[in-house]
Design a protein around this ligand. Structure first.
Ligand code: 5AD
Ligand code: SF4
Length: 481
């Protein structure tokens, strides 16, 4: 453990040296041109990618780039997702566009990172069809970005062909978690904190374990130190991130549970709200339910992916729980934390899904009455066990079921919306409303949005708001004085 730590510290120091070297070089260029180089990041996919993009921003800013909101920039990066096929297609679409832009912008650098880059077929296609791409890296080595930029700039001087200039650095498996590099935060008052990387679950439809690697938990000390530093910097809400936060600590010596980690974070002064994402139902312990029940800071929201309500399909999906286990879990959580808001993910059209299996999913949806549900059409991912199952569902059948599920979820949520109407609730004020600048937008503990008139100086504060009217997905409110 100590040895790994030393190696990580040496790596961090090396990266900081390269960041400073590039900065010195860019400073000299600036003295001549008086132009600050710009960067633009486009992030696809989940909250883990959003957090990675913040870290990438931190490195780029430290080098001397400033952010811009279009792809007409000196450095453009796509942080990709590959969980479903259409995520890949969107990236290829953007590459077509940026390739044309690059022709009129000498010196522009185009980089790609994230889950899609961990797939050999995707990288082969990029090398073949988009040779103008400058840098490709994956999910394990974002801390190396400055080194990769430097290598690309060095290649400019030595490479004979365009294809020799491309820098590709992909790691399959690593224990490495490099701490203490420059870091960015999108919001001053709330922050995502990684607690565990990777996933060991191998759900049979899912590509994540192949692209993000095995589970690696950060040490409790590193996490606590980061949260303390965030609190000192004015952060009031943290979102603990991992593909499966409930597996936290299993590979640590001594072992620490996620519930124990939460208890420690709860003690940190200044932190008012704690969220976490995502929980696998099979690993959600009674200990965690007890901590949620007793906590003053853990938000009243749990994202608990169901995937399917059919025990038969759940077994083939390798989810390791049954419909009854899931319903029992929901029952125990709802009793312990009565005002909890439950949200979920559901896949429709998994290979072999029968009408009966689908009706089991509809049954769970009705029984649990989720506050919201993200529904996905099954997407075949090469390399996963489900991709080679010979009973793939016809698209028309899957789409028809998908529509029925969506309609059911919408009608259920319109019936149960507005549970908190005419009550006063605490709201973390997040931003000026994007549609109406006289309104502020904030979130309740259960993650529901609230819009209310107010001054932007309230952003970042937790204040009481009277919820006047429910509009389904959000409330209209007024500040309580
Ligand atoms: N097809 C459709 N949806 C998928 N998900 C993961 N893999 C696939 C796939 N192959 C969904 C799951 C997961 C969410 C992040 O994406 O519901 O919880
Ligand atoms: Fe994918 Fe399953 Fe891991 Fe979630 S728990 S990331 S669905 S393999």
């Amino acid at each position: 453990m100590e040895n790994t730590r030393n190696i990580n510290e040496i790596e961090a120091a090396k990266q900081l040296d390269i960041i400073n070297e590039l900065k010195a070089m860019y400073d000299i260029e600036y003295e001549k041109t008086k132009i600050i180089k710009t960067y633009h990041i486009e992030t696809f996919g989940c909250q883990m990618n959003s957090r990675d993009s913040e870290k990438i921003s931190g490195i780029l800013r430290q080098i001397g780039y400033k952010e811009t909101d279009t792809e007409d920039a000196d450095f453009v990066l796509y942080n990709t997702c590959t969980v479903r096929e259409n995520a890949n297609n969107r990236v290829f679409g953007r590459l077509g566009y940026v390739g044309k832009l690059k022709k009129s912008r000498p010196g522009m650098l185009v980089a790609l990172c994230g889950c899609m880059m961990q797939e050999t077929t995707a990288v082969d296609k990029i090398k073949e069809s988009y040779p103008f791409v400058d840098i490709i890296f994956g999910t394990h080595n974002i801390f190396k970005l400055a080194e990769l930029i430097k290598t690309r700039l060095d290649n400019e001087k030595t490479a004979v062909k365009q294809s020799d200039k491309m820098v590709i650095d992909l790691w399959k498996d690593t224990e490495m978690i490099v701490e203490n590099l420059p870091n960015e935060r999108k919001y001053s008052f709330k922050a995502g904190v990684n607690i565990i990387f990777g996933c060991n679950n191998y759900c049979s439809y899912c590509i994540v374990p192949y692209v993000r690697g095995r589970e690696r938990s950060r040490s409790p000390k590193d996490i606590i130190d980061e949260v303390k530093a965030l609190a000192a910097d004015g952060v009031v809400e943290v979102m603990l991130l991992g593909q499966n936060v409930n597996s936290y600590g299993k590979n640590l010596e001594p072992r620490v549970t996620f519930a124990e980690l939460l208890r420690e974070i709860e003690k940190i002064e200044g932190i008012e709200r704690i969220r976490f994402m995502t929980s696998h139902p099979k690993d959600l312990s009674q200990e965690l339910i007890d901590v949620m029940r007793d906590s003053k800071k853990i938000c009243k929201h749990l994202h608990l992916p169901l995937q399917s309500g059919s025990s038969r399909l759940l077994k083939i999906m390798n989810r390791k729980y049954t419909k009854e286990d899931y319903l029992d879990l929901v029952d125990r959580i709802s009793k312990a934390v009565p005002d909890i808001s439950l949200t979920t993910d559901i896949i429709v059209g998994f290979p072999g899904e029968t009408e009966e299996d689908f009706l089991e999913t509809m049954d769970v949806v009705r029984k649990v009455n989720f506050d919201s549900a993200f529904t996905f059409l099954y997407s075949k991912r090469t390399g996963t066990p489900a991709a080679t199952m010979d009973n793939q569902i016809e698209e028309s059948v899957a789409k028809e079921r998908f529509e029925r599920l969506l309609a059911e979820i919408q009608s259920l949520s319109s019936l149960s919306a507005g549970k908190d109407e005419h009550t006063v609730q605490k709201v973390l004020v997040e931003e000026v409303n994007s549609q109406d600048e006289n309104l502020l937008t904030g979130r309740l503990s259960n993650n529901m949005l609230v819009h209310f008139p107010g001054d932007k100086s309230l952003i970042g504060q937790i204040i009481p708001v009277y919820l006047e009217e429910s509009k389904g997905f959000y409330y209209i409110g007024s500040q309580v004085w």
